[in-house]
Design a protein around this ligand. Structure first.
Ligand code: SAM
Length: 253
């Protein structure tokens, strides 16, 4: 995913020193680009990527096959992992663990703690609020202008709870994680033209079903509103460059 590519380096740094054969699990992997990036760097690791959505896992398998990378994709909920206690050497997750709308944060933190061996690293990136999550913030705002009141869920509340200082860290502490460190990571993503941004913002994630529900007329209106809203991010070459901020959290079991 173009937006999240900039997050690979900070997330993979804590697991790159693992010994040969170590087992790394990515939670809520989507199409698994982060796992593929890890496998490219460390072909000797065992990498398992899990998600509840079989369709994205199929896309991940196709990507792994095309690049000849040994990543295993498994359908599984991070709220009930089919992995034995202490059987995993490291956990990574990029906008998966602690993503609003996925699974209860306390349950996911406990499951991660259960499968991770003592001392094993956890390395995750999360959005903290909508100000930091440009695609959800802009997409929500466009949808609200077009759909009747009440049709667009109140995601602001969920995201602002995520932004409560220490909220995510608290779930990790309660689950038994140690050495928890969190820092802000900022990066920018470029979209070569409006179409590339639209495909990304309307075509993925929690807002996709709402964009899909728009009539042809509403869709045309949504594109106009969207173009206005991202005008300030225009680059001299006619593309768009948008900033994003994530919280990168590392811990040890
Ligand atoms: C924003 S996407 C993740 C992006 C991906 N991690 C990446 O780095 O490109 C969120 C993912 O969470 C998955 N998901 C939602 N609920 C889940 C659950 N309970 N267990 C595992 N995955 C879940 C969705 O299917 C979706 O693929």
């Amino acid at each position: 995913m173009r937006l999240l590519a900039g997050l690979a380096d900070p997330l993979l740094a804590p697991v790159e020193g693992l010994p040969k054969g170590a087992h790394v699990v990515q939670l809520a992997c989507g199409t698994g680009e982060l796992s593929l990036a890890l496998a490219r760097r460390r072909l000797d690791l065992r990498v398992t990527a899990i998600d509840v959505n079989p369709t994205v896992l199929d896309a991940g398998r196709a990507g792994a096959a095309a690049q000849n990378l040994p990543v295993e994709f498994r359908t599984m909920s991070m709220a009930g992992l089919d992995l034995a206690d202490g059987s995993v050497d490291a956990i990574i997750s990029r906008m998966g663990m602690f993503l609003p709308g996925t699974a209860p944060f306390d349950v996911v933190a406990r499951e991660a703690a259960r499968i991770l061996r003592r001392g094993g690293p956890l390395s995750i990136a999360t959005w903290s609020d909508l100000a930091d999550s440009p695609y959800t913030r802009i997409g929500l705002s466009v949808l609200r202008r077009l759909l009747p009141e009440g049709a667009v869920p109140d995601m602001e509340v969920v995201f602002s709870e995520s932004a409560r200082p220490g909220a995510f860290e608290g779930y990790l502490t309660d689950a038994g994680f140690l050495d928890i460190e969190a820092e802000w990571f900022q990066w920018e993503t470029e979209y070569p033209d409006f179409e590339a941004w639209w495909e990304f913002d309307a075509g993925f994630g929690a807002l996709k079903p709402l964009f899909d529900s728009l009539s042809a007329g509403q869709r045309a209106g949504a594109r106009e509103v969207m173009a206005d809203m991202i005008e300030e991010h225009r680059t001299p070459s006619g593309g768009y460059r948008l900033p994003a901020t994530a919280r990168v959290i590392t811990a040890r079991r």
